[in-house]
Design a protein. Structure first.
Length: 148
C-alpha cells in the first residue's frame, strides 16, 4: 500500500535527494536542496511523495501559475516501477491542480529519456507544437571553466 502525501520538510529531504539521484534526475548545475527550498516557498503542498511502510519511493513536484500547471521531478524508485505508482502520483497532482482551477498541465522531459516520454504518452500526455526555451536567472553551482 502506498501513501501519497505532501513533502515533509526535515523528514523527507535526504530520502528525496537519494531517490532523485538513483533515478538520474539530478544535474550538476541544479542543487536539489535549493530546488526543494524554492518549491517549499511556492505551493509547497503540491510537492508530493509516495511512501510505503515508512520508505519514500516516489515524488512529483506540481505547480500552478494561474495559466498552466507544471509537473517536475516525477521519480519512482526503480524497484517500484511498472506498478502504477507514477500514474497514481500524476493523478494525485492533477486532482490538486484541478481544485486550483488548472485547465492544462505542461511538463518537460529530457530529449534522451524515451522511457519517460513513453510513460507520459501512456497516461494521456501528448506532444505540444512548441519550442521549449530556458534562461537561468540563478546559478546554483559555478561551472569549472578550466574543463573544456
Amino acid at each position: 500500500m502506498i501513501e501519497i502525501r505532501s513533502f515533509s520538510p526535515g523528514d523527507d529531504e535526504d530520502a528525496v535527494i537519494a531517490l532523485w539521484q538513483e533515478c538520474g534526475l539530478t544535474r550538476p548545475h541544479n542543487d536539489p536542496r535549493r530546488d526543494i527550498r524554492r518549491k517549499l516557498l511556492v505551493q509547497g503542498e503540491l510537492f508530493l511523495v509516495g511512501v510505503s511502510e515508512g520508505t519514500l519511493v516516489a515524488t512529483v513536484m506540481a505547480g500552478y501559475d494561474g495559466h498552466r500547471g507544471w509537473l517536475n521531478y516525477l521519480a519512482v524508485h526503480p524497484s517500484w516501477r511498472r506498478r502504477g505508482l507514477g500514474r497514481q502520483l500524476v493523478e494525485a497532482a492533477e486532482a490538486r491542480l484541478r481544485t486550483l482551477g488548472c485547465a492544462k498541465i505542461n511538463l518537460q522531459v529530457r530529449d534522451d529519456n524515451m522511457q519517460a516520454v513513453a510513460f507520459y504518452h501512456r497516461i494521456g500526455f501528448l506532444p505540444d507544437r512548441v519550442v521549449c526555451l530556458g534562461k537561468r536567472l540563478v546559478v546554483d553551482h559555478q561551472q569549472d571553466t578550466s574543463i573544456p
